[in-house]
Write a new protein. Structure first.
Length: 239
């Protein structure tokens, strides 16, 4: 009795492989678009030297920024990833933190480190390359600096002042890009909600500057988050 031939199923390459192949990235890099908004944002990275990613929590803004930065390093298009965040605590103080400046900043940088872990793991050749390329750049020490051949990420920019945004946005040099992420609805500082929006809207008038606005329907962290944010919005309107 002859065996029936198995029908060969043609598998389409995943988004992860598409991104890796087009960027010349090794197989150790993992990233997948979870919605059309993320795919559109990825395309915008190449078109703009300054890109704002704005939208509610859980839409993947930080992960997208970090993934693009890593893809540029692994494809040898850039040499450095510059990470910064406003050192602002969400309603409570951690007090004095011992250690070096980098050790003091580590708790604030964990969301970006988590994104890096998701894309290249904690132990891999790719992770070693990425780790060597990362520079933590506190805003307080950026005055007078120029970042060349870099992807510079300003995360949680809704907690930045206009002075801090102006300082960061004037630091990039040759073959560098800026990515600024933030949720204008979740600022931990006074007037932070309006500052980021005002700056992004004004800068969008310049050629080379783009703004991607994510909506609640683009939340990928957990399906309940959109509903939670909506209820908090209702609570805040009553106050």
């Amino acid at each position: 009795m002859s065996r029936a031939k198995k029908k060969k199923v043609e598998r389409k390459p995943t988004v992860v492989r598409d991104v890796a192949r087009k960027s010349g990235i090794s197989s150790g890099f993992r990233f997948e678009f979870l919605n059309s908004a993320q795919r559109a944002a990825w395309g915008a990275f190449d078109k703009h030297d300054v890109l704002f990613l704005l939208g509610p929590a859980g839409t993947g803004k930080t992960q997208l920024a970090c993934a693009f930065a890593m893809s540029e390093i692994l494809a040898k298009k850039r040499e450095k990833i510059v990470l910064t965040r406003p050192v602002v605590e969400a309603g409570e103080s951690l007090g004095f933190l011992p250690g070096t400046m980098e050790e003091k900043l580590n708790p604030y940088m964990m969301p970006m480190y988590d994104c890096i872990d998701m894309c290249v793991g904690k132990e891999s050749v790719e992770r070693d390359i990425i780790s060597k390329s990362i520079e933590i750049a506190p805003i307080a020490y950026c005055r007078g600096r120029t970042f060349q051949e870099s992807i510079c990420i300003f995360d949680e920019a809704q907690n930045a002042t206009k002075t801090q945004l102006k300082l960061f946005m004037t630091r990039f040099g040759k073959n560098s890009k800026l990515i600024i992420t933030g949720d204008p609805e979740q600022s931990d500082i006074r007037d932070g909600n309006t500052t980021l929006l005002e700056v992004a809207n004004k800068m969008e008038e310049l050629p080379g500057v783009g703004v991607i606005r994510f909506k609640a329907c683009s939340i990928v962290r957990h399906p309940l988050i959109a509903g939670i944010l909506e209820k908090f919005s209702e609570i805040e309107k009553k106050v």
